[in-house]
Design a binder for this molecule. Structure first.
Ligand SMILES: C[S@@+](CC[C@H](N)C(=O)[O-])C[C@H]1O[C@@H](n2cnc3c(N)ncnc32)[C@H](O)[C@@H]1O
Length: 197
């Protein structure tokens, strides 16, 4: 059953020329909540192989900007309003470089996932660190009223992180898209309308 489920989204992505099945998670969230709009400047953290950038670059169009960042090299060739960077988001100079070259953003996305070891508590702790860093970056790089969407594997720190997110945004919702495996601890936190201090 789990195999068929994976296979369905995988095959669909292949047929529709998308780089990963992950696109259907963002597509569902976008349809329901209109996180992205034409002309937006978007930062996509953990962007490889690039399916979220395929969707995002289409929605924002050439008057917008998409900056995709990943540890891995992104091979796909995108339109000119997409910038692809091979970087570690924990690099101490990363935030400064974003401020200098691309900020402020209307939307910060993070589909970042750690390389998992199979021990659930360790995997969720690593995912929570990525989420925490993503929200720190969003705080520095978002425009007032900007939006944040980030993946997290729910672990022991999840409720603290959710509470911290709620302090910073006017509206926050935990989302589990259809394309996300039911048995996985992966969920997305959608936070809209950043309350810039
Ligand atoms: C599930 S994939 C993202 C899929 C992507 N949204 C897409 O649609 O193609 C998660 C990515 O997070 C990246 N990642 C994990 N830790 C990172 C870090 N510290 N800095 C940048 N990227 C990171 C991984 O390299 C991996 O490519």
């Amino acid at each position: 059953m789990a195999y068929n489920f994976r296979d369905h989204y995988f095959q669909r992505a292949k047929k529709e020329n998308y780089l990963a099945r992950a696109i259907y998670k963002l597509e569902e969230i976008q349809k329901k909540h209109r996180v992205l709009r034409s002309g937006d400047r978007v930062l996509d953290l953990g962007a490889a192989p690039g399916s979220w950038m395929q969707l995002t670059s289409g929605v924002v169009g050439p008057s917008g900007l998409v900056v995709g960042v990943d540890l891995k090299k992104i091979e796909h060739v995108f339109p000119r309003h997409v910038v692809v960077l091979q970087r570690d988001i924990f690099d101490p100079e990363f935030e400064e470089d974003m401020v200098r070259e691309y900020a402020p953003f209307d939307v910060v996305l993070s589909d970042m996932a750690p390389s998992t070891c199979g021990i659930k508590a360790a995997d969720s702790a690593r995912s929570e660190l990525l989420f925490e860093r993503a929200i720190q970056l969003a705080e520095q790089l978002l425009k007032p009223q900007g939006h944040f969407l980030a993946k997290i594997f729910q672990g022991s720190d999840f409720h603290n992180l959710l509470a911290e997110t709620k302090k910073r945004f006017e509206w926050v919702k935990v989302v589990k898209p259809e394309a996300s495996k039911k048995q996985s601890k992966e969920i997305y936190v959608l936070a809209m309308r950043f309350k810039k201090p």
